[in-house]
Design a protein around this ligand. Structure first.
Ligand code: FE
Length: 214
């Protein structure tokens, strides 16, 4: 099991997931079924809560990191050199041994994050990974055909723009710093953070324009 797991350490529980998660998922499903049958929960409500954590609560930390980088050139430099420390300075820390690297989108280069072998994800800044991030189609195709994958997310990049794909591991996880949208010169960090979507920090989307965020 561990041989095909790019040298992941044993203390990263989610890397034993092939069996572990299947078992966990079966138990969760069983609990959900019993509770639903007893009328104690509404599966739609559970989905809504999970969705909220995936898209809103968790990624707010990362959005604050990006907004700070957009607002403060010194912080952006620090984030480039030592993302683990720069991110920790805002109070967001991962488990021991988990290092962060921030990759910055530029007019020439778009960055995309994947974990080809499992589901390594920057939990401290993005919260729960979306289901598609953990799914084999994304994990395999993000490397082979990143442009095609991005198109399926509705993101059509100019042919001239290079796409760099970063393969996460348990030891090193990535966050994309999207390009700062135009028309945001007067905005403070809080307002800027509202433009930073989860997908823009994975690379499957861009930051929102102020108009789109309204
Ligand atoms: Fe992984």
């Amino acid at each position: 099991m561990s041989e095909h797991h790019h040298g992941h350490e044993d203390d990263h529980g989610h890397h034993h997931h092939d069996n572990h998660f299947t078992d966990m998922e079966a138990r969760v499903k069983a609990l959900e079924t019993v509770l639903t049958e007893k009328g104690l929960i509404d599966p739609a409500a559970i989905d809504a809560i999970v969705e909220t954590y995936e898209t809103k609560v968790g990624p707010r930390n990362g959005a604050r990191v990006v907004a700070r980088a957009w607002s403060d050139a010194d912080f952006a430099d620090w984030l480039k050199r030592d993302a683990t420390a720069a991110i920790a300075s805002l109070g967001f820390t991962g488990r021991q041994g988990e290092h962060m690297r921030a990759v910055f989108n530029t007019p020439d280069t778009h960055n995309l994050i994947v974990c080809t072998l499992c589901s390594c994800y920057p939990w401290a800044v993005l919260g729960l990974p979306p289901v598609w991030y953990k799914a084999p189609p994304y994990r395999s195709r993000a490397v082979i055909d990143p442009r095609g994958v991005l198109a399926e997310f509705g993101l059509e990049l100019p042919e001239a723009k290079q796409i760099r794909v970063w393969d996460s591991t348990a030891e090193l996880r990535y966050i994309v710093v999207p390009e700062r949208p135009g028309g945001t010169e007067g905005l403070g960090e809080e307002a800027l953070a509202d433009l930073v979507t989860r997908d823009s920090m994975i690379g499957t989307g861009l930051a929102l324009s102020p108009e789109a965020a309204r």
